[in-house]
Write a protein that binds this ligand. Structure first.
Ligand code: NAP
Length: 259
C-alpha cells in the first residue's frame, strides 16, 4: 500500500531508540525525509546511519533534550517546514505519589504534556496554511487503563489527551489531523527499565516479571516496535485525513473494554 507521503518532511522526536525509532523507520520506508532527535549522540547517529543506508531519504540529526525550550528550538530550526510531527519523549519514573515533590510533577507535565503542546503550537498553523499535516503523539495505554506506579505518566498524558481532543476538531478542516497512539507493552529499553524498577521494589527478578507480563497479554507476547511504527505511518498517510482526535490503543488486546 502506497501511503502517499513520499517527499514529505517529518520531525520525529526522541527517535534514536524504541518506539520513536520505529516510527522514523516506517516513515523513511515511505520516502519521508526526517529530522530525528535524542539526547545521546551515539545511538542517534547509528539510527540515522541505518536509515540513510536503507532508505533514500534525507536524515537530519539533532542532539538535545526535547523537553527543554532550547531542545525544541534546535529541532524545529533544523527540521524547517514539516508536514508530519511525531511527539515523543521518555516517560516519567515509576513510584509512589507520596514521594513526588512539586518539581517531580512539573518535570512530568513539562515532558509529557507541555512539550508536545509547544511543538504542536509551533507547527500546526503552517501545516494548515499548506493544507496537509499529520501529528501523532506517542502517549500510553495507561491513559485508558492507569498503572498505579506510573501516576506521573497517567496524569501528564491525560492532560495532553484532553487538549488534543479539542484542537484536533479545529484543524481537520484544513487536512491537519492530530491523533494519539497508546502503546501497551512493547519490547523496548523502556519496558526493561520499568521491569528493573519493579524488580528492585519486589525482589522478583526482572526476567521473571517480563516473562509473566508477556504471558499474561492476550497476544502472549510483547509488541514489536515495527508494529507500532506501521500504525504511526498509517496515521501519517494521505488517506488518513478523516481520522482525527482518536486514541488508538496498541496493546495486544490487554485493555478489556468492549469499546
Ligand atoms: P526507549 O526505548 O527508552 O526510547 C526512548 C527514546 O527517546 C530514546 O531514543 C531516547 O534517547 C529518547 N529520549 C528520551 N527522553 C528524551 C528527551 N528528553 N529528549 C530527546 N530524546 C529523548 O522508550 P520507548 O519504549 O520507545 O518509549 C517511548 C515512549 O512511550 C515513552 O514516553 C514511554 O513512557 C512510552 N511508553 C512505552 C511503552 C513500552 O512498552 N515501550 C508503553 C507505554 C508507554 P536518549 O535517551 O538518548 O535521549
Amino acid at each position: 500500500m502506497d501511503l502517499g507521503i513520499a517527499g514529505r518532511r517529518a520531525l520525529v522526536c526522541a527517535s534514536s531508540k524504541g518506539l520513536g525509532r520505529a516510527c522514523a523507520l516506517a516513515l523513511a520506508a515511505e520516502g519521508v525525509h526526517l529530522t530525528l532527535t535524542a539526547r545521546g549522540a551515539q545511538a542517534l547517529a547509528e539510527t540515522a546511519r541505518h536509515i540513510r543506508e536503507t532508505c533514500r531519504v534525507e536524515v537530519i540529526e539533532v542532539v538535545g533534550d526535547i523537553t527543554t525550550a532550547q531542545g525544541r528550538a534546535d529541532a524545529l530550526a533544523a527540521a524547517g517546514a514539516i508536514d508530519i510531527l511525531v511527539n515523543n519523549a521518555g516517560g516519567p519514573p515509576p513510584g509512589d505519589f507520596r514521594d513526588w515533590s512539586r518539581d517531580d510533577w512539573i518535570r512530568a507535565v513539562d515532558a509529557n504534556m507541555l512539550t508536545p503542546i509547544e511543538l504542536i503550537k509551533s507547527s500546526v498553523d503552517s501545516m494548515m496554511e499548506r493544507g496537509f499535516g499529520r501529528i501523532v503523539n506517542i502517549t500510553s495505554a495507561a491513559v485508558k487503563a492507569p498503572i498505579d506506579i506510573l501516576g506521573l505518566s497517567n496524569a501528564a498524558r491525560s492532560g495532553l489527551t484532553g487538549f488534543v481532543a479539542g484542537l484536533a476538531r479545529k484543524t481537520v478542516r484544513r487536512n491537519v489531523t492530530i491523533n494519539n497512539l497508546l502503546p501497551g507493552p512493547f519490547a523496548t529499553d523502556r519496558l526493561a527499565a520499568v521491569a528493573k524498577g519493579q524488580a528492585a521494589a519486589t525482589g522478583v527478578p526482572a526476567e521473571e516479571i517480563l516473562a509473566r507480563r508477556a504471558a499474561e497479554n492476550p497476544a502472549g507476547r510483547f509488541g514489536d516496535p515495527a508494529e507500532f511504527g506501521a500504525a504511526c505511518a498509517f496515521l501519517c498517510s494521505a488517506s488518513a485525513g478523516f481520522v482525527t482526535g482518536q486514541n488508538i490503543v496498541l496493546d495486544g488486546g490487554a485493555y478489556p473494554g468492549t469499546l
